[in-house]
Ligand binder design. Structure first.
Ligand code: ADP
Length: 403
């Protein structure tokens, strides 16, 4: 790597999508961002925003049969901005990989052994790891000479103590099938917990933070002195909070009940719990903006969905307060956490005894910056801390290849 190789391309590959950002690590500026959707369909769509060039958003709709075609289209767009992927300024490609299991707990330069391990974990991440592997192989074909780094969604949670990570089921069965709690959204929880410490003017080692990542997927984590000690997602992202389309926690016997009494197959129940549950299942909408609009119009189903969402969230805040013993801050992040003031207000309403409160005026303010929304008197700082998973992946990737 040459000294002026300061750019990192971050790739987040889904089964039919490819999100990307090109960053310059000399200052952490974003040069270009974009997304390819509907890969493999006749009308694949690429939306590219050349931030460094200051140009307008560009869109292309054309058939992109596979990720190779999608990444080539991305490379063409970047070349048009003078940011081609053949540039010597590109230091590495950083990949978001969902599941790293127990072995891959640090950002890792990808070699054959790493690829094999990501592949071995497909049974515990059947939707995500195959797509991530496709993205990696595609990028390797495009720039075989360049370091490719995997940053794992599970990694930050690998510090959970065994008593938080294990389910209370037969140990042999659990171990034989790698059944345990791994947690996800780790890159976001890591970034947000550190940024929260910064907002408090402290070192991460000196603060205990509850991070509430509330996007379409949602998870909570308890972070003690910079290390994750518990998180709400488990073997898969299904466990924990009520999400856009996922149920979060349920009695596992619901599954047997539906199998035996509703004649549903495990595939159907899987789809029910992951895609047709949560806010969507409860009221037919998974977008918090739409739910709030319906509540304002007096819609009772939307109001009940909101109450169920908030009830679960409050239970996790209480649980993680007990797990941490002392809480310095509660940080809201991701689409809902950063934007939905009513969610933040309801999540801590009446919890002054626990040191939690929000100031109505601060909570209502809109900003892209990390900010405190609790009143001076509150013992626990409540904050809105925008997440930036791509920047975190780029930072970790660059730190690894430039060390
Ligand atoms: P993902 O999990 O897909 O990365 P995001 O973190 O982008 O999701 O969050 C998306 C969700 O954020 C939307 O489904 C919507 O519920 C919520 N959201 C986005 N903007 C707002 C807003 N202004 N007010 C309330 N909710 C919002």
């Amino acid at each position: 790597m040459t000294a002026d190789a300061t750019r990192v391309l971050v790739l987040n590959s889904g089964s039919s999508s490819l999100k990307y950002q090109l960053l310059d690590m000399n200052g952490g500026t974003r040069l270009a961002v974009g997304l390819v959707e509907r890969i493999g369909e006749p009308a694949s769509r690429l939306v590219h925003t050349p931030l460094a060039a200051g140009g307008d958003k560009r869109e292309r709709t054309e058939p992109m049969p596979d990720h190779d075609a999608a990444l080539k289209a991305v490379a063409d767009e970047l070349s048009e901005d003078g940011l081609g992927l053949d540039s010597p300024e590109l230091a590495a490609i950083g990949h978001r990989v969902v599941h790293g299991g127990l072995k891959l707990t640090e950002p890792t330069v990808i070699d054959d052994a790493v690829l094999k391990e990501i592949e071995r974990l497909v049974p515990v991440a059947p939707l995500h790891n195959p797509a991530n592997l496709t993205g990696i192989r595609t990028a390797q074909r495009l720039r075989p000479d360049l370091p490719q780094v995997a940053v794992f969604d599970t990694a930050f949670h690998s510090t959970m103590p065994e008593y938080a990570a294990r389910y209370a089921i037969d140990v042999e069965t659990a171990d034989a099938h790698r059944v345990r709690r791994y947690g996800f959204h780790g890159t976001s929880h890591a970034y947000v917990s550190r940024e929260t410490a910064k907002l408090l003017g402290k070192q991460p080692e000196d603060v205990n933070v509850i991070v509430l990542h509330l996007g379409n997927g949602a998870s909570a984590s308890a972070v003690a002195g910079g290390r994750c000690v518990d998180t709400s997602m488990g073997l898969t992202p299904l466990e924990g909070l009520v999400m856009g389309t996922r149920s979060g926690d349920i009695d596992p016997a619901v599954i047997f009940h539906l199998e035996r009494n509703a004649g549903m197959s495990s595939e159907e129940i899987d789809a029910l719990l992951n895609k047709k549950s949560g806010l969507m299942g409860l009221c037919g909408d998974n977008d918090m903006r739409e739910i709030r609009r319906r509540i304002d119009e007096g819609d009772k189903r939307a109001a009940l969905a909101f109450d169920i969402y908030i009830h679960r969230l409050r239970k996790y805040i209480g649980a993680y307060t007990a797990v941490l013993g002392r809480v310095d801050a509660v940080a809201f992040t991701a689409g809902v956490g950063e934007n939905a003031a009513p969610v933040r207000e309801a999540a801590v309403l009446g919890l002054e005894e626990m040191g939690l409160a929000v100031d109505a005026r601060l909570n209502a303010e809109r900003s892209d910056e990390a900010r405190i929304i609790s009143p001076e008197y509150a013992r626990v700082v409540v904050a809105v801390v925008p997440t930036d998973e791509e920047l975190e992946i780029a930072n970790q990737t660059y730190a690894l290849v430039s060390s």
